[in-house]
Design a protein around this ligand. Structure first.
Ligand code: SAM
Length: 437
């Protein structure tokens, strides 16, 4: 099963190519040499990642041909629950109409939506967010894989179960060979086209080593690589981009510097933001966001979190619930409700640029077995599967009872495909190319 549909090169325009998918055209940045008109390629996140033979592409397209349109029809039907009937909820309806006409909502309006409490208005908000998602992204849903390469950490984040607070945790650091094998298996055995490599703040692995690993992945595999190694330094970001990484997953955790200081003593919020800004300047696709339900967080903070993600040119929003971990100072604090998390995702769909992807995080899936369906029906359109070797997963113990911790990659893929098909979503990435400026 492939996590992208091959497209056919239709036109060249500087560093961009136009790719055709069953009649839909998308632009992508091309960094491959020797591409010709009519070639087939896989693109992810707006980047061409690999060329594919005509035979392989045609076989894949044959399996997709009918399904592609069938799924689109199911999705269209799912949003046809007439958001227009929302006369009672004139604020939400008015915001939706404005967005559909190309306008934006203000921070006060974002704050209003976050504060909606009546169940009828919330239901309408979720349907409207789903409608906005469908209008811009159709039924495409990004399916990325994540490999957690080390849980060895020097930081003392007050909520994190792999922070230095967790003295009893057995620490691991995957070797280069183990990482390359995990990547090979994800790409060649399972068809992933985009992978996140993530680790704790692990000074035991140098930027030189990371550069070496990314360079080899880039040489050997056609896959879009996101890095998520924390604050590796602005030069580290530059070097890893040069080695071939094209995405950065780094949450700012909270837009409130005071809250950040409280839960990250000794760390600088400004430095974290500087990393995200630098990565954006370098051309990385930015995956960022914050925790929902941090103790002391207000709705104004959450409104600002969404706004800040937009200012940081977020490509994919990662906002998920705070989940208490028993080995941390926040062990006894409550997590937010499933509905609260869904509401934040829906409001983000209203507030951010329409082309932003919104992730259903593993944290949300840990909060509820139904999170994927709930999130995807409230404006989200991305999921992430855990492709870390199973024997390491329990040790990447950010919070207890992580969803899919013991599921094989095959089981996760089958479950995801089934769930997506039920909703009429296609596990594809037909991203719009980035602008020149
Ligand atoms: N070192 C990298 C970094 O600093 O971004 C990546 C690893 S860090 C463990 C990944 C994410 O886990 C963080 O951005 C944080 O939001 C999330 N996280 C940690 N503890 C959590 C908790 N108790 N509940 C929910 N999310 C948590």
């Amino acid at each position: 099963m492939c996590y992208a549909i091959p497209g056919r090169v239709k036109a060249f325009e500087g560093k961009y190519i136009t790719v055709d998918y069953f009649g839909e055209e998308r632009r992508a940045v091309n960094e491959l040499s020797g591409l010709a008109l009519g070639d087939y390629v896989y693109a992810q996140g707006g980047f061409v990642i690999t060329k594919v033979s005509a035979r392989e592409a045609e076989l894949t397209l044959e399996t997709w041909k009918d399904l592609f349109f069938e799924l689109q029809a199911i999705d269209e039907k799912s949003v046809a629950i007439s958001p227009w009937s929302g006369k009672k909820y004139e604020h939400v309806r008015g915001f939706m109409d404005r967005i559909l006409a190309g306008g934006k909502i203000t921070r006060e309006e974002t704050r209003y939506l976050l504060g909606v409490t009546s169940s009828g208005e919330k239901e309408f908000l979720f349907s409207a967010a789903n409608y906005l998602r469908q209008q811009h992204h159709k039924n495409s849903c990004c399916v990325h894989g994540i490999i957690e390469i080390s849980n060895t950490c020097v930081e003392g984040c007050h909520y994190c179960g792999i922070s230095s607070f967790h003295k009893a945790l057995v620490r691991y650091r995957m070797s280069k060979d183990e990482i390359l094998e995990a990547v090979r298996s994800a790409v060649e055995d399972h068809g992933f086209k985009a992978l996140v490599l993530q680790s704790a703040e692990d000074p035991g692995r140098s930027v030189d080593e990371l550069v070496d690993i990314i360079t080899e992945i880039k040489q050997r595999f056609g896959v879009l690589i996101f890095i998520s190694f924390g604050e590796i330094g602005l030069q580290g970001l530059e070097r890893l981009y040069a080695a071939g990484a094209r995405g950065l997953l780094l949450r700012f955790e909270t837009s409130n510097p005071g809250l950040y200081a409280k839960f990250h003593p000794g760390s600088s919020w400004d430095e974290r933001i500087a990393h995200i800004k630098k990565a954006n300047e370098l051309g990385y696709l930015i995956v960022t966001g914050s925790l929902i339900g941090l103790p002391g967080q207000t709705l104004d903070d959450l409104a600002r979190d969404i706004e800040l993600a937009g200012e940081l040119n977020v490509e994919m929003l990662s906002m998920g619930p705070f989940l208490p971990h028993p080995a941390t100072p926040l062990a006894h604090m409550p997590s937010p409700s499933v509905e609260d998390v869904a509401q934040v995702l829906a409001v983000a769909r209203f507030t951010l640029d329409p082309d932003v992807k919104i992730l259903v995080t593993t944290g949300f899936e840990t909060l509820s077995l139904e999170a994927r369906r709930i999130g995807l029906m409230a404006g989200a359109n991305s999921v992430m599967l855990n492709v870390t070797p199973v024997d390491k997963r329990a040790l990447y113990n950010i919070y207890p009872g992580r969803a899919h911790q013991d599921d094989t990659i095959d089981a996760q893929i089958q479950g995801t495909i089934k769930m997506l098909e039920g909703l009429g979503r296609a596990p594809t990435d037909l991203s719009v190319g980035q602008d020149d400026n």
